[in-house]
Design a protein around this ligand. Structure first.
Ligand SMILES: NC(=O)c1ccc[n+]([C@@H]2O[C@H](COP(=O)([O-])OP(=O)(O)OC[C@H]3O[C@@H](n4cnc5c(N)ncnc54)[C@H](OP(=O)(O)O)[C@@H]3O)[C@@H](O)[C@H]2O)c1
Length: 468
């Protein structure tokens, strides 16, 4: 299908003016044109096949709170498209010297069946699912766990309305007491009907109940029955791999996003690796190295480790297989960590990166000291160091993409690997619910989102992020 458009509505131009002064590295400039008919200025590929250009830009949609799906900005030809389209967004800043169209490099899937269509209203046709876009209700499964408490607080801070769900009624009630007014819904993975009830009215579910090898599949099944998005914070390789293999086509078919491992382990490394790759299509090797000054594990971390015994997955020679981790070595981290002994780490990022970045070798390391602490059964659970609830634990994670002798590096530093998971999964939820993902189906973080933009959005309040 070929879609052309023209014109620049006053409202979209106003919307875009909010962008001037917030230039982003993922925005390209197009040659200036004197008139308002943008179609003349578009590169040909933009109006070919499934790609279509629209006002306003992805970024405008986000920063000015104008939903991409607002029908005012969606030409009817696109609104009536028989199947989902990939959209590239353009906008025209109102500068006095003329009109310079700009484009976002983000490609956003647009689902005609979900877009609001004013003409359809009142004709008995199902209205556009603008309600899904506007819906800020998110069910948190496992809501009384350590990580989930950070997630619930972050959802509230971002203007979402969490529904607290989990299997233990009394723990759930206690969690509800901390947030009067929030709904609590008891649900168990052994009782699909209870999961269905837990998801009623929500736009997405965030699963924080791990081991995910026990919970991911039943909660995703429920999300698919409800046609809502699913995100989790799994670090487990086997669980995440199963999600990719088992649910890819069902999630794509349902037009929803299933995003496992949107967390410190998994999502953050994947985003850093994707950012480090930049415009490279391939790399000879991708390395992720993490340093923690300590690791006080939660009960969930210990249980999850115990549920995933034996050899884990590594990705080498273009193959994902259960094998021994890469040998121990030294790694020179940024200050304050400096040179550290590191050992291989086999967590979710190996799985997610291997799904979408082209490289024959993925090596993941962590410094030895926190692993020794983690293995000691006497190491206590994390404790709050201040009123934010975060522990004093600090981390640095860096991703290096190497091609020949050229290396590209992306680095994140911050505090508390459990707490940092909350802004990661909530930012992902925000983008997913607003339709700001590159694709639907089962997705890795860097595959779904513009990695650098995502990481920049977390910086500096949640972590520091730097490209080197
Ligand atoms: N990828 C990462 O970077 C990252 C970061 C943080 C956490 N995580 C993962 O997230 C999970 C939770 O960690 P946490 O620190 O929050 O641990 P936690 O405080 O022990 O919380 C675990 C939660 O999961 C629930 N749960 C466990 N098994 C369940 C099941 N079969 N059905 C329903 N609920 C179940 C627990 O409920 P009960 O109390 O009723 O058992 C509890 O609410 C772990 O798997 C951990 O590895 C990963």
């Amino acid at each position: 299908m070929t879609v052309r458009f023209s014109g620049c509505a006053g409202k979209s131009a106003r919307a875009t003016s909010a962008l001037d002064g917030t230039p982003k590295s993922n925005i390209d400039r197009l040659p200036a044109v004197g008139g308002r008919d943008l179609s003349a200025a578009l590169p040909p590929r933009v109006i070919l096949s499934e790609e279509a250009a629209l006002f306003p830009s992805v970024r405008a949609a986000r920063t000015s709170r104008l939903a991409v799906e607002e029908s005012l900005f969606v030409p009817s030809a696109i609104r009536r498209a028989p199947r989902p389209l990939n959209l590239i967004f353009f906008w025209v800043p109102l500068n006095p010297g003329g009109v310079t169209p700009r484009r976002s490099t983000e490609v956003v899937p647009f689902h005609p069946s979900r877009a609001p269509n004013r003409k359809m209203k009142g004709r008995g046709t199902r209205p556009m699912n603008s309600s899904m876009i506007q819906n800020r209700i998110v069910t948190v499964f496992g809501a009384y766990g350590h990580t989930a408490r950070f997630v619930v607080r972050e959802l509230l801070r971002r203007g979402f309305t969490p529904i607290l769900s989990g299997r233990d009624a009394s723990k759930l009630k206690e969690a509800g007491n901390a947030h009067p007014g929030l709904e609590v819904r008891v649900a168990s993975v052994d009782d699909p009907a209870s999961l269905d009830r837990a998801l009623v009215g929500a736009a997405a579910v965030i699963n924080c109940a791990g081991p995910f090898i026990d919970t991911a599949a039943p909660v995703i099944d429920a999300a698919l029955r409800a046609s809502i998005h699913y995100l989790d914070v799994a670090a487990e390789q086997a669980a995440v791999l199963t999600v990719f293999e088992r649910f890819a086509s069902a999630a794509r078919g349902a037009g929803v996003v299933v995003a496992p491992a949107m967390a410190f382990y998994g999502g953050l490394g994947d985003l850093l690796a994707t950012a480090a790759m930049g415009d490279w299509d391939t790399a000879d090797e991708i390395c992720i190295a993490t340093a923690l000054d300590s690791w006080k594990p939660t009960r969930g971390t210990r249980l999850t480790g115990a549920r995933n015994p034996g050899r884990h997955f590594i990705f080498s020679n273009n193959r994902l297989e259960r094998a021994d981790p890469p040998p121990a070595r030294k790694w020179n981290f940024p200050p304050p960590f400096g040179e550290q002994d590191v050992v291989g780490l086999a967590l979710a990022e190996t799985i997610t990166i291997s799904r979408h970045l082209q490289t024959p070798e993925i090596r993941v390391y962590i410094n030895l000291a926190p692993i020794t602490e983690l293995r000691d059964p006497k190491t206590p659970a994390p404790s709050a160091a201040d009123e934010s609830g975060r522990s004093s634990q600090t981390f640095v994670m860096e991703a290096i993409a190497r091609r020949g002798s050229v290396e590209r590096r992306a680095v994140a530093q911050g505090r508390d690997i459990y707490a940092i998971t909350a802004p990661i999964v909530v930012e992902a939820t925000h983008r997913v619910v607003r339709g700001l993902t590159k694709k639907t189906g089962v997705v890795a973080a860097g595959e779904a989102f513009a990695a650098q933009d995502f990481l920049t959005s977390l910086s500096p309040s949640h972590l520091s992020f730097e490209m080197q």
